[in-house]
Design a protein around this ligand. Structure first.
Ligand SMILES: [Zn+2]
Ligand SMILES: [Zn+2]
Length: 134
């Protein structure tokens, strides 16, 4: 999404800046990291405004929020369903976009007795950068 497209969403300047920071990031940022990035673009922005903008953008479907265990929430520029891999050494979080095997969904539904709607998984392991240091 280009800056022009972001401007066309009719967001307030603050929300626009917050969305831009998340869209430009290669990583999945915490609220604190988004705040630091937003401040570079708009020095007057407060943490409360960034936080409220994150809530707004999430509710509007422009971004997604992900939580792992008791760590801080991270914000994701891809609001559609996708999976993640997390490095257990450095905490790096990357996107995985792949189809789930139908059998897996069926099996999860069978064990839980749920009617399945969606499935997401997190692969935990060691990232390539950390592997090199071993
Ligand atoms: Zn790592
Ligand atoms: Zn993601």
């Amino acid at each position: 999404m280009s800056n022009k497209e972001i401007q066309d969403l009719g967001l307030t300047k603050q929300r626009e800046v917050v969305l831009q920071v998340i869209r430009d990031a290669e990583s999945h940022m915490t609220a604190n990291e988004v705040f630091a990035g937003a401040k570079q673009l708009l020095p007057s922005i407060s943490f409360a405004t960034v936080y409220n903008s994150l809530r707004y953008l999430k509710d509007a479907g422009h971004i997604a929020e992900i939580q792992f265990g008791n760590g801080a929430s991270r914000f994701d520029r891809m609001p559609h369903r996708h999976d993640h891999a997390i490095c257990t050494k450095c905490g790096k979080l990357v996107d995985i976009e792949m189809e789930h095997p139908k059998e897996l969904v069926k099996m999860a539904a069978k064990y839980s007795h749920f009617k399945p709607e969606s499935l997401e998984f997190t692969l935990r392991g060691i990232c390539p950068e950390c592997m090199e240091k071993i």
